[in-house]
Design a binder for this molecule. Structure first.
Ligand SMILES: *Cc1c(COP(=O)(O)O)cnc(C)c1O
Length: 463
């Protein structure tokens, strides 16, 4: 696992695979010597074959370990980014036996039930929506809404809201894919009610029945400041056509009843599903794994007739989530209904008091220092990430060690993902569950050998 074990073994054969007269070991023998990695034999054969082909049979173990690290596995997120897209956004747990689930079976009547029927009900209780539908992610929710409600018709959007989300999701392109016609109104920085009215009149004059939808997109990952103006949901609602609000990083309810105490200041400007529906939006769309803190999913919530129109569209079948996702989402929604933010890892991390983080950072730093690695508790600034709240930082605390040790921490099992800042490796503890502090401490303490050798992991990034 450590660097010494990887760098020094080129050409040597491990695991008793030394052959007489320097003949290269058979691929099969070499693969068998790696059985302790726990990987299936077929993958070990790949690693062994590649090592032999490279003329470095001794590299087989490192190749097998690199293969193992390609696999999905739990990691400790010490980046301080609470919804880290590369780390699956919101941390969620699944703990269930290998059993069937009543995904589409109504246990009361014994007949076929709607997929995730209870989830629509739970979301309704939480947000005031008449009905809700779950799809694979937020992008799918927007695509489905626009396709089901507006294909072949006009959709009015402010030029200030033609958003691009990471991963290639751009509102104009999604609109084009849905078959709806994008009608841009206003300017980059200012859109007024009159701009929307003008576009509606033009849409009617062109012989149509006017726009199918007025789309309001939450600029979740950027901020406009200065000479700016946008038309709010309530004002758009007064104009007639159904308003679809894509919140993306939707907070369920601006009053955050699941948090003890009042909503934290950094949430103040984030729009919420309940309040957007109360303002008259016909539908809202949002992500399950942004501020909801659940699994990757997309939610369409609002007027029952429009949700039903989405549900009946053939695309809904293609975009539906699996039962496992629905179970995790349901557990998240039940926690909200119990007003138990502590049961939702995202809110537990977000609400941890700074003093508690400082204490944890000092304890971890002390433990690591005892092991011989000079570590210190430092102040950090966490972010929500996941394309939400771009300018918000949450005060935090972590542990820093001079030098770039990020690759060595990723090699630890479980891997610890840290950041490197001003030539120091920093583990921000706000995104770490307290039960994983011991893992962070062990991973940092394990640097002791290399630290004593004075190794600063030159060229670490190349690995
Ligand atoms: C994140 C986001 C999306 C896409 O949601 P995913 O769950 O990432 O697919 C769509 N619209 C807005 C405004 C977003 O912030």
């Amino acid at each position: 696992m450590d660097r010494a074990g990887q760098a020094g073994d080129e050409g040597a054969v491990e695991g008793g695979g030394v052959t007489p007269a320097g003949r290269p070991p058979s691929v099969d023998t070499l693969a068998r010597s790696l059985a302790d990695t726990g990987l299936p034999h077929a993958l070990l054969v790949d690693a062994a074959r590649a090592a032999v082909a490279a003329g470095a049979p001794g590299s087989a173990r490192r190749r097998a370990e690199d293969l193992e690290r390609l696999l999905l596995q739990p990691v400790v997120n010490a980046t301080g980014v609470l919804l880290h897209t590369n780390l699956g956004r919101a941390p969620v747990g699944v703990d269930r036996p290998g059993r069937a689930g009543n995904v589409e079976l109504d246990l009361v009547s014994g007949g076929r039930g709607g997929r995730g029927a209870a989830i629509g009900y739970l979301l309704g209780r939480l947000t005031g929506a008449e009905d809700a539908l779950v799809v694979n992610n937020g992008a799918a929710a927007v695509l489905l809404c626009l396709t089901a409600l507006a294909a072949g018709r006009d959709v009015v959007v402010s030029r200030g809201e033609l958003v691009e989300i990471g991963g290639g999701f751009r509102i104009p392109e999604v609109l084009a894919a849905s078959g709806a016609r994008l009608v841009e109104v206003g300017t980059t920085n200012r859109t007024r009610r009159g701009d929307v009215e003008g576009a509606m009149a033009a849409s009617v004059a062109a012989g149509g029945s006017g726009p199918a939808v007025l789309l309001k997109v939450h600029p979740s990952n950027y901020v406009q400041r200065g000479f700016v103006e946008q038309v709010g949901v309530a004002e758009l609602v007064g104009l007639g056509p159904p308003v679809v609000a894509d919140l993306g990083s939707g907070l369920l309810d601006a009053t955050t009843p699941w948090l003890a105490g009042r909503p934290p200041a950094w949430l103040a400007s984030e729009p919420a599903v309940r309040q957007t529906l109360a303002a008259g939006a016909a539908l809202v769309t949002f992500s399950g794994d942004k501020l909801l803190g659940g699994p990757q999913a997309g939610i369409v919530a609002g007027r029952a007739d429009l949700v039903e129109q989405c549900r009946r569209h053939p695309l809904a079948r293609a975009l539906r989530p699996g039962g496992l996702v629905l179970e995790v989402l349901q557990a998240t929604l039940l926690a909200y209904l119990r007003r138990d933010g502590d049961a939702i890892p995202l809110w537990r991390m977000a609400a941890t008091p700074l003093a508690a983080l400082r204490r944890r950072a000092e304890a971890v730093a002390a433990e690591v220092a005892v092991a011989g690695v000079p570590a210190r508790a430092v102040a950090c600034a966490s972010t929500t990430g996941g394309g939400s709240l771009p300018e918000v930082t949450i005060p935090s605390a972590g542990v820093a060690v001079d030098g770039d040790w990020s690759a060595a921490l990723r090699r630890h099992r479980p891997a610890v993902v840290a950041t490197v800042h001003e030539q120091a490796t920093v583990c921000d503890l706000r995104s770490v569950d307290p039960s994983d502090d011991a893992v962070v401490a062990a991973a940092l303490a394990a640097l002791a050998g290399e630290w004593r050798r004075g190794g600063r992991e030159e060229g670490d990034e190349g690995r």
